[in-house]
Design a binder for this molecule. Structure first.
Ligand code: B16
Ligand code: MG
Length: 220
C-alpha cells in the first residue's frame, strides 16, 4: 500500500498568481512586434516554457518564420527583463488563499514539500513571497529538458526528495501540469475547472478550498 510522503507544488497559478505579470510582459513584447495578444491567448501560455510561449505568440501573429533561433532567444530575454521588473513588487500578501494553512498541515504531518515549476524565476518569486524556506527541494527549470506534460520535472523532484513517485501528491492549475503528474505515477490535485483538469484525482475550483485532510483521505 502506498503512503503519502511528499507534496509537490506547481508555482504559477497554485502558490501565487503570476499569470497577470507574465501576460503584461508578453503583451509589451507583442506590442513591439505588432502582434495582437489578448488575455484569452495568455491562457495558452500557462505552464508552458518561455521559448515555447514565444512560439505561440509568433504563431498568433503568423511570424514564426521571421526570426532566427538567436533572435528568438533575444526576444524571450526581453520579455523576461519586463517580467523580472514586474515581479519585484511581489510580497507575502500575494500568496493565494489556502496555501499557508496547507503548507503548515503538511509540515505538521512530517511530509516533504517540493516545487515543480517550469519558471526559471521561481526562486525570485518564492523569495518575494517569503516562502523559500518552506521547500525541501525546488526543481531547477534550467536543467529540465522536457516541459510539462512530460513527467520529467515531477520525477526529478521526487528523486531529489528521495521519495517514490506513487507516494507523491502533485498540485497543478494547468492541464499539461495535471497530465505530467499523472504520467509521473503520482496522485493529482487540480486547481481549476473540471473540463480542463478532468484527469486529476481531486479538483478544487480555487486554492481556498484546499484541505489537507480531504486530500490525504482520497489518497489513502
Ligand atoms: P519563466 P509554472 C510557468 O510556471 C508559467 O505558468 C508559464 O506561464 C511560464 O511561461 C513558465 O513558467 C516559464 O516561466 O519565463 O519565468 O521561466 O506554472 O510551471 O509554475
Ligand atoms: Mg501553473
Amino acid at each position: 500500500m502506498s503512503k503519502p510522503e511528499a507534496f509537490i507544488f506547481d508555482l504559477d497559478g497554485v502558490i501565487t498568481d503570476t499569470a497577470e505579470y507574465h501576460y503584461l510582459a508578453w503583451k509589451e513584447l507583442a506590442r513591439e512586434l505588432g502582434i495582437p495578444f489578448s488575455r484569452e491567448d495568455n491562457e495558452r501560455l500557462k505552464g508552458v516554457s518561455r521559448l515555447a510561449s514565444l512560439e505561440i505568440i509568433l504563431e498568433i501573429g503568423n511570424r514564426q518564420e521571421s526570426f532566427t533561433q538567436e533572435e528568438k532567444e533575444t526576444l524571450a530575454q526581453k520579455k523576461n527583463t519586463h517580467y523580472v521588473e514586474l515581479i519585484k513588487q511581489i510580497t507575502s500578501a500575494d500568496i493565494l488563499p489556502g496555501i499557508k494553512p496547507l503548507l503548515a498541515d503538511i509540515k505538521k504531518a512530517g511530509l516533504k514539500i517540493g516545487l515543480a515549476s517550469a519558471s526559471k524565476n521561481a526562486p525570485a518569486v518564492l523569495t518575494g513571497l517569503n516562502l523559500l524556506e518552506e521547500f525541501d527541494y525546488m526543481a531547477d527549470a534550467n536543467l529540465i529538458a522536457n516541459g510539462k506534460p512530460d513527467p520529467e520535472i515531477f520525477l526529478n523532484v521526487a528523486e531529489n526528495l528521495k521519495v517514490r513517485p506513487e507516494n507523491c501528491i502533485g498540485i497543478e492549475d494547468a492541464k499539461a501540469g495535471v497530465q505530467a503528474i499523472k504520467r509521473a505515477g503520482m496522485f493529482a490535485v487540480g486547481i481549476g475547472s473540471i473540463d480542463q483538469l478532468g484527469e486529476a484525482d481531486i479538483i478544487y475550483a480555487s486554492t481556498s478550498e484546499l484541505s489537507f485532510k480531504k486530500i490525504i483521505n482520497e489518497f489513502c
